[in-house]
Write a protein that binds this ligand. Structure first.
Ligand code: ATP
Length: 334
């Protein structure tokens, strides 16, 4: 496999308030390879967004990176100053966030906003930037591209605004695109169109993509590998097909069980995992999933498990060689 575009190692981020320290990200490691879509999934509050905001060094003032590295393009993003980071963000790393209405400037035409990104990072004349903006609108399939450059964000539908955001994110041919819940604010049919567009663009442009979502069902279709997060930790990681066919972590199994079968039009009922995530102001010493895990053992409460397995790895004591056998987890059911 080729060298990773991004290599995150032992990333730790906390928020500090009068309540004390909230350990949002507690030692996250993963790689993103050229030309792949990596999905980061997990319930709300598991640390997906804060992981990516930390990588981009876009944390709000109460947030602090406590350790770790994120190697991108031969540089550790954690060690760069804000000037160098501004050169990378929107240029070598494109970003798309959840709500395009709050990310776009309502007082500027969408064309100006695309051109602004190009002119900030590239030596180009306004005419060249305009030509590139038209090309980008065509790429993200905004009809009548040249004319639509003059429109303002409120003149677009939610799906079209998200296409503008994708055009801006792709303006400088990024090596890596980070998309944080890019379709959550859209209705279901449009969500699918945007995700398929992202997949198509990723293939055509050969970039790497990190796609954050809490919707496992949707990303099954578009991602190559998945990182499953819970309680600020990576619980399981592996190729999407392996992870869906044989999830190794009870948390992943619970998440998968809560996804309605998309091919089943009788709409199976959702079965959410009982219980709630840990309070990250007081994270448990052992595995954060212990209290909700159907297979929890004494050891799980006592110590945080390491990641067992390569290729598909799971942070679960059941994969220790001496662990008892549990059907469907570390033993193939007869
Ligand atoms: N500004 C903040 N101050 C204190 N704690 C925060 C702050 N922002 C996030 N957190 C905490 O960090 C943890 C991780 O949050 P994060 O937004 O990364 O979760 P997420 O997995 O992306 O969830 P969602 O799917 O809801 O976006 C949560 O426990 C959250 O309460």
């Amino acid at each position: 496999m080729s060298a990773p575009v991004l290599s995150v190692r032992d990333l730790k981020t906390s928020f500090f308030s009068q309540r004390g320290e909230v350990q949002a990200v507690r030692g996250v490691s993963f790689d993103v390879h050229p030309g792949e879509i990596l999905g980061i999934v997990g319930e709300s509050g598991s640390g997906k967004s804060i992981t990516c905001m930390s990588i981009l060094r876009l944390l709000k003032s109460t947030g602090r990176i406590m350790g770790g590295s994120a190697n991108f393009d031969g540089q550790d993003l954690m060690a760069l100053d804000q000037g160098d980071l501004r050169d990378i963000r929107g240029n070598k790393i494109g970003m798309i966030f959840q709500d395009p209405m709050t990310s776009l400037n309502p007082t500027l035409s969408v064309g100006e906003q695309v051109m602004e990104t190009i002119l900030r990072h590239r030596k180009a004349t306004r005419a060249e930037a305009r030509a590139r903006a038209i090309e980008l609108f065509e790429l993200v399939r905004i009809p009548s591209a040249a004319e639509r450059l003059k429109s303002y964000p409120h003149e677009f539908s939610g799906g079209m605004r998200q296409r503008v955001m994708i055009a801006i994110a792709l303006a400088c041919d990024p090596k890596l695109l980070i998309a944080d819940e890019p379709t959550t604010a859209l209705d279901v049919t449009i969500q699918r169109q945007i995700l398929l567009l992202l997949k198509d663009l990723q293939k055509r442009l050969g970039m790497a993509v990190i796609l954050i979502t809490h919707d496992l069902g949707v990303i099954a279709e578009v991602t190559d590998r998945i990182v499953v997060m819970y309680g600020g930790l990576v619980m399981e990681t592996g190729p999407v097909h392996d992870l869906f066919a044989t999830p190794k972590h009870p948390y992943t199994q619970g998440l998968l069980a809560s996804v309605p079968d998309l091919r089943d039009d009788t709409h199976r009922r959702l079965t959410p995992i009982p219980g709630s995530p840990p309070d990250m102001a007081h994270p448990p010493e052992g595995c954060p999933f212990t209290a909700r895990c159907p297979h929890a053992m004494q050891q799980c409460q006592a110590a945080l498990p390491p990641v067992f397995g390569e290729g598909q790895g799971a942070r679960c004591w059941l994969h220790h060689p001496d662990a008892p056998k549990v059907a469907g987890v570390n033993e193939v059911a007869a």
